[in-house]
Design a protein around this ligand. Sequence first.
Ligand SMILES: [Zn+2]
Ligand SMILES: [Zn+2]
Length: 353
Amino acid sequence: MSAKRDYYEVLGISKDTQINEIKSQYRKLALKFHPDRNKSSEAVEHFKEISEAYAVLSDTKKRQLYDQHGHAGVDGRYSTEDIFRGAGFNFDDVGSIFENLFGGRRQGFGGFGRQRGSDLLHETFVSLEDVLNGKRMDLDLQKNVDCPDCNGSGCSPGTSKIKCSDCDGQGQVRISRNMGFSTFVTVQPCRKCSGRGMMIEKPCKKCKLGKVKGTKHISFELPAGIDNGDYVISGEGESIPDGVSGDLIIRVNVQPHPKFKRDGRDIFYDTQLSMTDASLGKNLEVPTLEGFSKITVEPGSQPNTIIKLKGKGLHGRGFRGRGDQYVRLVVNIPKKLSKHQKDLLKDLEDSFD
Ligand SMILES: [Zn+2]
Ligand SMILES: [Zn+2]
């Protein structure tokens, strides 16, 4: 066993930190390293480490012993179970895990320490119309699937798994060590069955532990209002024998639209009109994501005037209703004029005097 780190260091606090602050610091770290949230390989060990540090430093008596004698002061006096018993872990969001990590009711090898299949990445391109309506997707994923011969059991057809004799199907073994006046009980995964509890007596010839390469079809809906980024479909990644499946990550790229620009739920459209239309006013039809809308250009409209089409934008996550479409009036000044047109404009100019 490697040397234990200083409890204060583990929690990132100083020797005179008050109990309330220790609690909030622990809570922060526990949420960060909670094995349900943090899938890195060190998370479980780290979670145990901070929990143990918290158990000791949050208890006045144990903290005093630790301050005076270091780890020896605490370990020599309490068993692992006693250390945690006093700590009163009752945070709703981290509480349930303690049973799993520190003994208690545990079935087989639980979720921790199990291998996890890799994540699969699928990149997709969607249009603004897809963003408006949502998009149904059908994918054929090349990945490990349950062997059809043995239905994924890994056992030769007609046979089934047997209980591991070393751990009696528990997947774990308890090891007691006497240290001075106290007994340490640690629970470890069973070596013989690698923590599985059950063993394959006659392996299936077709597969490796119940998995074969294959194709899995999945169908799902990208929701309306989707944006660039990664969307996770949990558990649809690579699957491995006796492990947890990885996730399927859908990387969404919203393609630029030939007519519209997007900003969140709103879309923007430039409409061109002549300077005479801007001066005299006009009724126009402009494209929307679903068709056309009528707009009225008021007489005397200035260049870059924005006209809002309410509710013609996109859905957005966390919003009710749709965003808006903004139409900008781009007023075209003629670059080439006939002699007749120039004369007309000069007359117009003179009329302003
Ligand atoms: Zn098989
Ligand atoms: Zn076993």
